[in-house]
Each structure stands twice: as structure tokens, then as C-alpha cells.
Design a protein around this ligand. Sequence first.
Ligand code: 2E7
Ligand code: F3S
Length: 333
Amino acid sequence: MSTDLGLPPVLDPEAAKNVLLAAPRGYCAGVDRAVITVEKALDLYGAPVYVRKQIVHNKHVVADLESRGAIFVEELTEVPEGRTVVFSAHGVSPAVHAEAQERGLKTIDATCPLVTKVHHEAKRFAGDDYDILLIGHEGHEEVEGTAGEAPEHIQLVQSPADVAHIEVRDPAKVAWLSQTTLSVDETLETVAAIREKFPLLLDPPSDDICYATQNRQLAVKEIAQEADLLIVVGSGNSSNSVRLVEVALEAGAKASYRVDDASEIDEAWLEGVDTVSVTSGASVPEALVDGVLAYLSERGYPAARAVHTAEESLIFALPPELRRDMRAAQAQG
Ligand code: 2E7
Ligand code: F3S
């Protein structure tokens, strides 16, 4: 399905080859905040600073922060007692907060505020004793964090096909929530299937799929229609980046691949390709996109033409615990 935004045609009819660049793409406000949080923590406390899980799902971002002294761990047991640990943008369950406190760790919570909002919704529905159907991907850190807010009330729904097997205590008390980085179209299908089974289904108070996910999917649809090849820059464990490939193919791109950087592009993908479209996931530094555009330019493609479908200006304040320590350090001179 494609979205007609009523935009002027983007292709240059005179040019044999075209490169279209989605806008918006790349860093969202939550990623920007999380990456800056680790950088400022390194400045303020000195290396090493521990980070539970990848701060965002991008291997270049993680490698860069590692080179500056961040240590990424899977579990809090790997963090020496009394040290500082940053929680990733994807959020953590209350059990992880409790474990950190037990181990005497100083914590800085870089959970995206839009994930925290979903945690609050989960707590509220659970407080009203609703069965909560959380649409998302099993094993994703965000889902583990959200589900951990009310494990007895929440069950995971991964696709419309799962709906047939759902059992609830009271069909009149069912609500749904979702991971923030899902495909908008597929989630609508899943919700429709749930609602057919439970007509009294309660919606979240506002969209759980965040503005950045929605905007990047809308933008990719716009550059997919004309694309012989659509390249998504992003890591393999980045849910929102992987979704962009799926959305691109759904929207009519003839082929679409995800790459971590230009070195992963296969020259054979370009055979017979006139129009290449490019976008990037919410955890992807712009330099990696620049690398892909340079790769295309070296192979005879013209400068990219940006296709704007939304403006983004959201900025989140840094975590309060970090701001407090920054103020204290400043006051000490
Ligand atoms: C946090 C949240 O790090 P990402 O690639 O994460 P996903 O969830 O897409 O795998 O992208 C940024 C981001 C998105 N959502 C960070 Cl909850
Ligand atoms: Fe937050 Fe959405 Fe980014 S949930 S981290 S703004 S992709």
C-alpha cells in the first residue's frame, strides 16, 4: 500500500540516473539524547562508564562509544559494585531498577521518554486490572522492559496470526499497547484482528508507535515507489531499520536491502538500476548515509535529491540525574 501525499514528482525526467534521499531519516530525539547521555557521562565521571545493553541498536555508535571508554554489558552482574551504569534508550523493567539498587550502582536512565510513556500506560491498565495485549517482537529489549511493568497482566502478540490463540480473563477488560518501532500498517492489521475478537478492546490514550517511526515509514513510502533499489542504512538488530526494508518493498520498491554502511553494498545490486533511494533508521549516524551517497557518486550516480515528507524539531532534555551532576560539577568550577 502506498501513501499519496500530493507531492510534486521527484524524478528528474532528463536524468538517466537518480538518487532520492528520505527526509526525515536517521537519528530521532530519543537516540540523540541517549548517545549524548553516554558522552556526557564519560566527560563527567571519566572512563569507564558502564552501559546495560547497546545504548541504541547500531554497531557503529556502540564501537565509537567503546573507543571513548564505555563498557557495554548484557547484565548488571557484570558491573562492579558502586559504579555508574547507563540504561539504554529501549528501557528497562522495574526488576532491573531494583537489581541496580541492590548492587549499589549509580544509574542514569537513558530510556526514551516515549517508551516511558508506554510503561505508564501499562501500569495504568494493569492498575485497572485489564488484560494487556502488547504488540511487539519477542526478545526485543523494549518489549522486555514494558512487559516487566506488569508481567501478570501482559501477554505478547507478535502478528495477526497470534490473535486466534489469545485467551483473556474477561473479554470486556482488554487493552492493547505496542512497541514503539513497529510497522504502522501491520500493527493496524493486528489491532483490527484483536478488535474483531474483543469488540470492547481499549486503545492506548495516544499512539505508541512513535513519531520518528511513523515519519520514517511515511518518508520511505514516498521514495519507494520509483526506486529500482532502496538502501536502508541500519544495523541488523535495529527493529525500526528492518521495518523500513519491509515497508519499502510493500510500497513498491523493486528491491530493498539493509546495510550497516557502504562497505556492505553489493555492486551487483546496481546492475540495470537507474533510481536508487536511500534512507536510514533512527539509530544511524548521518556519516554512514554520507558514505553510501559517496559510494553511489563514485559509480556514476548524481547528487541525491531529498524528498521531504515531515519536519522534526523534537528535543528531549537529558536525564535529570545527569543534569543534576552536570550542574554540581559546574558549580564546583
Ligand atoms: C529506542 C527505542 O536503537 P534502535 O535501532 O532500536 P529499535 O527498537 O528500532 O531496535 O532505534 C532507536 C530506538 C528505537 N526505539 C531506540 Cl525504544
Ligand atoms: Fe524514542 Fe521513537 Fe526514537 S521511541 S528512541 S523517539 S525511535
